[in-house]
Design a protein around this ligand. Structure first.
Ligand SMILES: NC(=O)C1=CN([C@@H]2O[C@H](COP(=O)(O)OP(=O)(O)OC[C@H]3O[C@@H](n4cnc5c(N)ncnc54)[C@H](OP(=O)(O)O)[C@@H]3O)[C@@H](O)[C@H]2O)C=CC1
Ligand SMILES: CC[C@](O)(C(C)=O)C(=O)O
Ligand SMILES: [Mg+2]
Ligand SMILES: [Mg+2]
Length: 337
């Protein structure tokens, strides 16, 4: 099955420049969308509750900050970039009462539509612009004249123009410099959750932590273990990013490549693949979504316990010390970024 990929030349920036956009939330994605939309000549306002700690950050950038309800009432395109577990409450309290005929409701991830936590009325466009990368890099790449690829999807096309609108929005945040792929809310949600759980975040973090444990438990210096399994991972992934696994294998030694080809499948065994399939099944049948929404509703105690355990892993202390000495690790992402 071939996909449709769009670039800057396919997008009409004037469509989004003609809209009043409300970005609800100003975190990782929210700040990136809002600032890049503004830099692309779009009329943007931010929706945040009165007590939100993000307000000061948005105001420092000279953005106009309103409450989510005020921003939604004023805008004709509302992009929801608040946490997935909070979106249904923001929608029912602040957005839904302010939706007008012809408005557009946008998402950065399909979770709430895919799992039917939000059910928009028929008179509005419902679309998605989902960058395939962390918000801080979405913004950094835009500023550097580059872009992070994005997915667009249309769940409801009330205006008959929802796809062109989504493409225009994606171009305004830099996505069409790298490529914008048309998908569905279902496909984006399921692949995004799978990617972050099994490979990008869950899989990669567990691989790095386990590799660090094996080396340090065998008596090797934590500093050497850190450089080997975490720091150098970025350099190896950079090669994959530039030219795929083949490019990486071209650059490494024959010794590494032979070890890669013979030992890699012993780490990622058929049992690991089976577990990945199970994880995908839990995403597809809604088990993960129910578990996560339930965890959030119960106060996130288990989530916090797991976060704390991750923060206390010995690799964090070693990394903190070493990164402090690496002047070439530029522009670290901080809470204030
Ligand atoms: N993180 C990423 O890079 C990616 C995220 N996404 C999607 O983007 C969306 C946003 O995620 P992310 O950027 O990580 O979120 P963050 O947690 O980084 O930021 C959430 C923002 O929403 C604000 N917020 C919290 N409650 C409310 C409320 N009631 N009304 C309005 N704003 C509120 C927070 O303010 P406060 O400071 O007060 O907490 C904060 O500014 C999600 O759908 C996510 O799946 C998609 C692709 C990548
Ligand atoms: C990989 C995690 C992600 O899906 C992302 C940055 O794309 C997210 O939800 O943050
Ligand atoms: Mg993602
Ligand atoms: Mg995600």
């Amino acid at each position: 099955m071939s996909v449709e990929i769009f670039y800057d030349d396919d997008a009409d920036l004037s469509i989004i420049q003609g809209r009043k956009v409300a970005v609800i939330g100003y975190g990782s994605q929210g700040h990136a969308h809002a600032l890049s939309l503004r830099d692309s000549g779009v009329d943007v306002r931010i929706g945040l509750p009165e007590g939100s700690k993000s307000r000061a950050k948005a105001e420092e950038e000279g953005l106009r900050v309103l409450t989510p309800a005020e921003a939604s009432a004023e805008a004709d395109l509302i992009m929801i970039l608040a946490p997935d577990t909070k979106q249904r409450f923001i929608y029912s309290e602040d957005i839904e009462p302010n939706l007008k005929d012809g408005d557009a409701l946008f998402f950065g991830h399909g979770f709430n539509i895919r799992y039917e936590l939000i059910k928009p009325p028929a008179n509005v466009d419902v679309a998605m612009v989902a960058p395939k990368g962390p918000g801080h890099l979405v913004r950094r790449q835009f500023v550097d004249g580059k872009g992070v690829p994005a997915l667009i999807a249309v769940e409801q096309d009330a205006s008959g123009n929802a796809q062109a609108l989504a493409l225009s929005y994606a171009a305004a945040i830099g996505g069409a410099r790298a490529g914008v792929i048309k998908t569905t809310f279902k496909e984006e949600t399921e692949t995004d959750l799978f990617g972050e759980q099994a490979v990008l975040c869950g899989g990669a973090s567990a691989l790095v932590q386990t590799g660090f444990e094996v080396l340090t438990e065998a008596g090797y210096a934590p500093e050497i273990a850190y450089f080997e399994v975490l720091h150098e991972l970025k350099l190896i992934v950079d090669l994959m990013y530039e030219g795929g696994i083949a490019r990486m294998r071209y650059s490494i030694s024959d010794t590494a490549e032979y070890g890669d080809l013979t030992r890699g499948p012993r780490v990622i065994t058929p049992a690991v693949k089976e577990e990945m399939k199970k994880i995908l099944g839990e995403i597809q049948d809604g088990t993960f979504a129910r578990e996560w929404v339930g965890e959030d509703e119960a106060g996130r105690a288990n989530f916090r316990k797991l976060q704390e355990a991750g923060e206390q892993h010995p690799i964090e202390e070693t990394g903190k010390k070493l990164r402090g000495l690496m002047s070439w690790v530029d522009r670290p992402i901080t809470e204030t970024a």
